[in-house]
Structures are given as structure tokens and as C-alpha cells.
Design a protein around this ligand. Structure first.
Ligand SMILES: Nc1ncnc2c1ncn2[C@@H]1O[C@H](COP(=O)(O)OP(=O)(O)OP(=O)(O)O)[C@@H](O)[C@H]1O
Ligand SMILES: [Mg+2]
Length: 509
């Protein structure tokens, strides 16, 4: 808990409302955030958390209501003015310049950058920032070449470089490792103790409860409540978010499969230039197979290579008994193999196009008759997928950019399912998805497996694999190291024995 008695309101919202077309994203939200606090926003996908953050950071103008900064009402409000008033936002959709270096991105648009300070100076400033937060990024690396977790770190450094007093972090931890998440939590506490206000938007409720001082719960664009984090349980928060209690987090364990059936996917000796050294695994029809490993262990890289996005340096891939000779996403999809990528914007969705168009982009074959897209079938298929995934708003004609982060994730899943796959690789399928919608996705995975579809599941939430998979491979340093049956072991055993995660004393030694 924060012991500092000195809390002055930095930003105050009075009856803020914001509408997008037919959606009331914010409905008369009143709220005040203070110096020296970590203030979490939680709520279901589409509840209005990101919109609220964007109003505070000047990215969106409210339709109605009043915004006060340090007690005084603001007349004009945009990102530039907000930045000068010490307010920064780390957006859910990363907004970096891919072709610039890490350091250039960090200082882009700051005073130093505009005055054209020398390169040396940039390096010095970067080093100063780095001593404080120790992310270990190479300042000269091109942002384009970084994995998402590292891009997220660049965004965080960018906000710090602006000396912000109010920092809105929208899902900053969604692709960080457990260790990086701890570092970030420590950083939030440091910022708070220095008198900043950190607004922390996250679906990781354990982390929210662990690090926040106060929690604001949003539902359907309204502020339902603001509570002291110390005074509530996770169950209380979930119930307030959903407006109902959520029973079990996971569905029943999957029924055993027939192991005599030949595999639908075989990967043998996979190696890539992106960090995969030697990975081999099989997936049988109806089997959920996990890849257990830490972020950076090569799981996603392997998935991208076998699907045909990145080059395969060595190894073979077989789908339903046939070796794949030409690797490309299109060829994979034609064979009934599809990947749901962890990076929904880079590999997944065209934001300006409607959900329906996105869903049918990779499945044109199945909806076209003699080369003509049969619109009606396309719409019906897309609609039933969107309904199965409980997308909100339930209108597939809206552009993807109109949907909240978690609902975009659902659109990505729908797009993959529309290809009628026999085997599907799910890379972080529940990233940014709320607790209720997670449950929907878990049930969907179980149902797909029951229908005989093979599923390769990659997730940094190891519990998901432990609860959903029939079998899992352990991945470390780009290699598959062994196999486990999740039903017979625990996450801790997996992490401690097989990866040999050093204990506190060991790492201190
Ligand atoms: N730019 C936009 N254009 C149209 N509608 C939008 C836009 N941004 C958000 N919305 C809508 O406003 C509502 C609130 O969205 P918001 O992104 O704030 O939700 P969220 O709480 O951040 O959800 P998530 O947890 O999925 O990120 C949703 O119904 C969403 O579809
Ligand atoms: Mg959001």
C-alpha cells in the first residue's frame, strides 16, 4: 500500500461521455486520479477503458463533460497539450515508427529531438533512462526487428522520456514475461513513489490487485465503482466487472484421444534464422498440444516458419501425411493448416476493412463459386463465427478499428476458423481478452478438438496449457526438450524442474 499522505488530484473527469456511431463508449464517467497512486481500470472487452485513457491523454475529445488538470478546467485538449501538461499514454495498439531505432523512437517528438541534439546526446539520455529501468534494449536496434514484448518496452521508455506525471498504460504487460512483468510493476511503484500517477489498464487481475492502490471498474461505458485494492478480492472484482459471478475459469479437461490415428501435423527438426534451433513435434486430430516455454524461447518463431510466414532453414513439415514442399501461408491454408498470430496488426487484420471482409480474406476459396464471391454465404459464415465468439458490437459490417482490443482478438480467431482448418496453431489466443471471454475461447478450443481439429497452443499463461492440453512439449532456447502430460503434473514442477528456473537464493549467489 501507498503510505504517502500527500495525494493531490492530477486529473479530474466530470460526467464525461463519448459516442462512436451507435456505441456509447463512455457514459457520464466522473473520476479523479491523484499523484502518488497506481490506479487500475478494469472491465470487460469493450467496457470503455481504452477510450477513457484516450480522453485523458487528449487522443479523443469527449462529446460532453468536463476535464480538469491540477484543479483547473481545460479548454483545448489534444495529445500535444496533454504531453506538455505531463500526461502520456502507452497505447494498446503500439504506435512506433518501425524504421527508426529504439533510441530515436524513445525521444521522438521530445524537445531534445526537435532541437536536433546530437546523436551522442541521444545515446547519453538513453543510457540515463536505461540505468533507471534496466530493460536491456539495444538503442540502435531497428524497432521493426524487435519482438512485441520489446516494442512494448520502447513505448514505456517513450512515456518516461517525456517526464510524464500521469502515465496511462493500456495493457502494457500483455506480451511480457513473468520476470519483465515484475520489473514493470517495480517501475510503476517507483513512479508512484516519485509522485506520479500511473493508470494501469489490464486483464491480468492478479497483477492489478498486487500493484494498484485503487481500482476503477468499468462496465458498458459506465464507471461502476472505484475501490481500494486492499479491500477487495479477485472474485469481487470479477463479479463487479461482469455483473455476475464467473464459475470455473476452465472447462472440463478434454477427453482422451485415439492415439492410433496418424498425426495431422508433423514438424521435424525445424530450424530458422529467427532463433529456432531444433524443434520437433506432432499433433493428432482432435488433440490439443501445448508448447510450454518462456517468451523468447522460439515458440512463435517456429509457428511462423512452419506456417510459411518466415523462412525455414532446416526441417520438414507434414500436413495430413503429405510433406509440404512450398512453404507459404496460402499453401498452408489450402492444405487446411492455419496460424492465429500473436501480432494481430502485423500479420492478422486489416484495420480499415470490415470484420466480415477480414474474416473472408483468407478463405475466399471456400466462399467463391466460379471466382465470384458469394456475398450471402460469406456474410452468413462470418456472422455465425462472430456470434459463436460473442463479438461486441455484434455488427460485422463495422471496420475492425471500431472494435476494442479484445474484440479484435476474437475477429482474428474468426478469420482463422473461416478457412475450415484441420489443424490450427493458436499463438497467445487470449491476449487482451477479458476473463469472461477467455472462458468462451477455452470452450471453443475444446469444441474444435472434439470436432477432430488438431490444435497447437502457444501461451505465456502456462496455466492455459496445463488446463486445456492433452500433451505439451517443453521448449527452451529454440529446442523441444521433452514432453509432458499436463493432467499428471503441475506448472511449478514444469517450470522448476525442467527449465531449472533458479530460486531466489541461487540467482543472488
Ligand atoms: N475508434 C473507434 N471507433 C468506433 N468505435 C470505437 C472506437 N474505439 C472504441 N470504440 C467502441 O467503444 C467501446 C469501448 O471500447 P474500448 O476500446 O474503450 O474498450 P476497452 O474497455 O478498452 O476493451 P478491451 O478490453 O477489449 O481493450 C467499444 O464498444 C468499441 O467498439
Ligand atoms: Mg482496450
Amino acid at each position: 500500500m501507498n503510505t504517502s499522505p500527500e495525494r493531490t488530484p492530477l486529473v479530474e473527469l466530470r460526467e464525461i461521455s463519448k459516442r462512436f456511431g451507435g456505441t456509447q463508449a463512455l457514459n457520464e464517467v466522473s473520476l479523479s486520479v491523484s499523484s502518488g497512486e497506481i490506479h487500475a481500470f478494469v472491465g470487460e472487452n469493450g467496457a470503455g477503458k481504452s477510450t477513457l485513457g484516450k480522453v485523458i491523454a487528449g487522443i479523443y475529445a469527449a462529446d460532453w463533460g468536463e476535464l480538469l488538470v491540477e484543479g483547473a478546467p481545460v479548454e483545448r485538449w489534444n495529445p500535444g497539450i496533454a504531453q506538455r501538461r505531463g500526461i502520456a499514454m502507452i497505447a494498446q495498439e503500439l504506435a512506433l515508427v518501425p524504421d527508426l531505432s529504439v533510441a530515436q523512437n524513445v525521444f521522438l517528438g521530445t524537445e531534445q529531438h526537435r532541437l536536433g541534439w546530437e546523436r551522442r546526446n541521444l545515446a547519453e539520455r538513453f543510457a540515463a533512462l536505461e540505468t533507471e529501468i534496466r530493460f536491456g534494449l539495444d538503442p540502435h536496434a531497428r524497432v521493426r526487428d524487435l519482438r512485441i514484448a520489446d516494442q512494448q518496452k520502447v513505448e514505456i521508455m517513450r512515456a518516461l522520456a517525456r517526464d510524464a506525471r500521469v502515465i496511462v498504460m493500456d495493457e502494457p504487460t500483455s506480451s511480457l514475461t513473468a520476470k519483465e512483468m515484475e520489473q514493470l510493476e517495480a517501475l510503476m511503484r517507483t513512479l508512484r513513489d516519485r509522485g506520479c500517477c500511473v493508470i494501469y489498464v489490464s486483464h491480468f487481475l492478479d497483477s492489478v490487485l498486487n500493484v494498484s492502490d485503487r481500482i476503477t471498474i468499468m462496465r458498458d461505458g459506465r464507471r461502476i465503482d472505484t475501490v481500494d485494492a486492499a479491500a477487495v478480492t479477485k472474485q469481487d472484482v470479477v463479479t463487479a466487472m461482469l455483473g455476475r459471478s464467473l464459475g470455473q475459469a476452465y472447462p472440463e479437461r478434454p477427453a482422451p484421444i485415439d492415439t492410433a490415428v496418424p498425426p495431422v501435423l508433423v514438424a521435424n527438426g525445424i530450424a530458422t534464422d529467427t532463433g529456432v534451433a531444433d524443434m520437433s513435434f506432432v499433433v493428432r486430430p482432435g488433440e490439443v498440444v501445448g508448447l510450454l516455454g518462456l517468451v523468447g524461447s522460439g515458440r512463435s518463431e517456429c509457428a511462423r516458419a512452419i506456417f510459411g510466414v518466415d523462412r525455414l532453414r532446416a526441417g520438414t513439415v507434414e500436413i495430413a501425411g503429405n510433406q509440404v514442399l512450398k512453404h507459404s501461408p496460402r499453401a498452408s491454408i489450402e492444405r487446411g493448416f492455419v496460424l492465429v498470430s500473436e501480432d494481430r496488426h502485423r500479420d492478422g487484420l486489416v484495420l480499415q476493412r470490415s470484420v466480415r471482409e477480414n474474416i473472408s480474406l483468407s478463405s475466399l476459396r471456400s466462399v467463391s463459386a466460379s471466382g465470384v464471391v458469394r456475398l450471402r454465404k460469406e456474410r452468413a459464415d462470418a456472422e455465425s463465427l462472430a456470434r459463436a465468439l460473442e463479438m461486441r458490437p455484434p455488427n460485422i459490417e463495422l471496420p475492425v478499428s471500431w472494435f476494442s482490443g479484445g474484440n479484435q482478438q476474437k475477429a482474428l480467431l474468426a478469420k482463422a476458423l473461416a478457412t475450415n482448418p484441420r489443424v490450427i496453431v493458436l499463438d497467445e489466443p487470449t491476449r487482451g481478452v477479458d476473463v469472461g471471454a477467455k472462458r468462451t475461447i477455452y470452450e471453443l478450443i475444446a469444441r474444435l478438438a472434439e470436432q477432430g481439429i488438431g490444435i497447437l497452443l502457444i501461451s505465456s499463461e502456462h496455466e492455459e496449457i496445463m488446463e486445456l492440453a492433452h500433451r505439451a512439449y517443453l521448449v527452451s532456447d529454440g529446442k523441444t526438450m521433452g514432453e509432458i502430460i499436463p493432467a499428471d503434473t503441475t506448472v511449478d514442477d514444469v517450470l522448476f524442474q525442467l527449465f531449472h528456473v533458479p530460486s531466489e537464493e541461487e540467482s543472488a549467489a
